[in-house]
Write a protein that binds this ligand. Structure first.
Ligand SMILES: *Cc1c(COP(=O)(O)O)cnc(C)c1O
Length: 218
């Protein structure tokens, strides 16, 4: 089932769009099914859960942290995380930089932009992103690299609203690309990844459409 779902999704997205298989709450056996089917990039939203899976699973898996970050837990993933999607403050970037130095790495990060109209979603305003990116403090953090932006649209079926939210982030992404080198725009989940791609996404984060529904809300 998992292999079949993966094949279906891979066939429906362009080659230049990266698929992150969101395996949060799912057991290692399910991840291995996807791995055997060729998937190498997995996304988790809890740092300690991801670290445990990293220890137990094949080392050529690239682990993406897609959840809200607790700064005091960054240290548990700094030695292996491949990309951190949900960065939404300078303080967090500073902590990632500090932990990356300890492991002599440069950690790739995405800034999470607030695009949803819902109040519960995390993320920086577009103004905050512009300020952060042009700040002198940022240029002092040598062990992090901002390679793009991430956004989560409102949980709605309203295609027009989703399109507006995705395309607003694409506009910001293109504007910033004029001043720095960015290549990753992470937007789109199981319910809206095709629409996100139509509106400029280069990386989709798909969980339930691959692994089935999760047993509990996270
Ligand atoms: C859970 C999660 C996803 C995947 O959600 P699905 O609807 O299961 O595809 C994508 N992005 C983030 C940030 C998530 O927390």
């Amino acid at each position: 089932m998992i292999a079949e779902n993966l094949r279906h999704i891979k066939n429906s997205i362009p080659k230049n769009v990266t698929l992150v298989a969101v395996s949060k709450t799912k057991p290692n056996a399910a991840i291995l099914d996807a791995y055997t089917a060729g998937q190498r990039i997995f996304g988790e939203n809890k740092i300690q859960e991801m670290a445990a899976k990293y220890d137990e699973l094949p080392k050529d898996i690239q682990w993406h942290m897609i959840g809200h970050l607790q700064r005091n837990k960054v240290k548990y993933m700094a030695h292996f995380v491949d990309l951190i999607h949900g960065v939404d403050s300078f303080k967090t970037l500073k902590e990632i930089n500090k932990q990356a130095i300890k492991h002599q790495r440069v950690i790739n990060c995405l800034l999470q932009a607030r695009i949803a109209k819902e109040e519960t979603k995390f993320g920086l305003s577009f103004t905050d992103i512009n300020q952060l990116i042009s700040s002198e403090e940022l240029s002092e953090l040598k062990n992090i690299k901002i390679i793009g932006l991430m956004g989560m649209a409102t949980f709605t079926e309203d295609q027009k609203q989703l399109k507006e939210e995705f395309s607003s982030l694409k506009v910001l992404f293109d504007t910033l690309k004029g001043t720095m080198s960015l290549d990753t725009l992470s937007m789109g989940m199981s319910g809206d990844y095709l629409l996100a791609i139509e509106n400029g996404s280069t990386m989709v984060r798909v969980g339930s459409a691959i692994f089935g529904a999760r047993n509990y809300i996270v």
